[in-house]
Design a protein around this ligand. Structure first.
Ligand code: OAD
Length: 259
């Protein structure tokens, strides 16, 4: 009987246009916590309504800003793992290879993927709350995070409003054009690979449904089952690093050393 890796390679090999949708599980092996995993997930330790809404930022700006500064530092202290590197290398094997990510950690780009759509923004792009003026994150380099975790947000040089992280909070719309572009790529793709997402947050979770609705093979890689699993053509219960490295080798891609 063919292994999951063999079956997935068979699905991918004839395709020329591939989209990969990733979520927090993609970065778990780099040391970035997911949101919904029972023990380590961020939302099992913190209340998202107190940290990931505009309302929370207005009421407790220091708490919210300090938490995002901590996450910004965390993602810069880790490195892409072999799964990120495998995806970056696999792009060469297909005519089009787009990574659509819900992650805000920048690890796909750091691994070398260049066609990346960041649906939920980026921890690297701070901007002001009222005017949306960009803020140079290097100004945060010397800022210490005290034991309390609270850091006062700097003020915008242009309009004086508070600086916020450039990520999408609950109740906010996605960055202009991001979902439209992602849907367009999904409407053209011949295979959709879904890696490390719980598939419960919309509109991202609608992308695999769109592909499956068109009869396009949807391949899920996730150690746990999700609402997508029953819909997927292939579901491989494996961590992203190992699975993607094996798939990349299967489609004939040589992997660089991790680094
Ligand atoms: P979740 O934390 O909801 O789901 C992470 C998924 O990754 C789970 O299904 C895990 O089983 C899986 N997983 C864990 N380790 C893995 C590994 N090594 N390899 C592969 N999969 C693994 O994260 P997301 O689905 O990304 O939104 O969450 C979606 C959105 O909800 C996030 O972008 C964030 C959050 O609230 C915003 O902040 C707007």
């Amino acid at each position: 009987m063919a292994s999951e890796a063999d079956r997935i390679v068979q699905v991918l090999s004839p395709a020329s246009r591939v989209v990969v949708l990733t979520g927090a599980g993609m970065s778990q092996e780099s040391g970035v916590p997911t949101f919904r995993d029972a023990q380590q997930g961020l939302w099992s330790q913190y209340d998202p309504m107190e940290l990931a809404t505009a309302h929370a930022f207005r009421h407790t700006p220091n708490r919210v800003f300090g938490w995002y500064l901590w996450r910004y530092r965390l993602v810069h202290a880790v490195r892409p793992h072999r799964g990120h590197l495998a995806l970056a290398s696999m792009a060469a094997a297909f005519k089009e290879f787009t990574v659509v990510t819900q992650n805000v950690d920048g690890l796909h780009r750091r691994a070398g993927s260049d066609d990346v759509i960041e649906l939920h923004g980026s921890l690297d792009r701070f901007r002001c709350f009222d005017g949306g003026h960009p803020f140079d994150a290097s100004a945060l380099d010397g800022v210490e995070i005290p034991e309390s975790g609270e850091v006062a947000p700097p003020s915008c040089d242009v309009c004086g409003s508070s600086i916020r992280p450039g990520v999408v909070w609950f109740g906010e719309t996605l960055p202009p054009g991001a979902f439209e572009l992602a849907s367009q790529q999904v409407s053209r793709c011949e295979v959709l690979l879904v890696v490390g997402t719980s598939s419960v947050v919309y509109p991202a979770a609608a992308l695999p449904e769109m592909a499956a609705g068109r009869g396009v093979p949807v391949v899920e890689i996730n150690p746990q089952s999700t609402p997508l699993t029953a819909l997927a053509t292939e579901a491989w219960a494996a961590p992203a690093g190992d699975a993607l490295a094996r798939i990349a080798r299967g489609v004939g891609v040589a992997l660089p050393d991790e680094g």
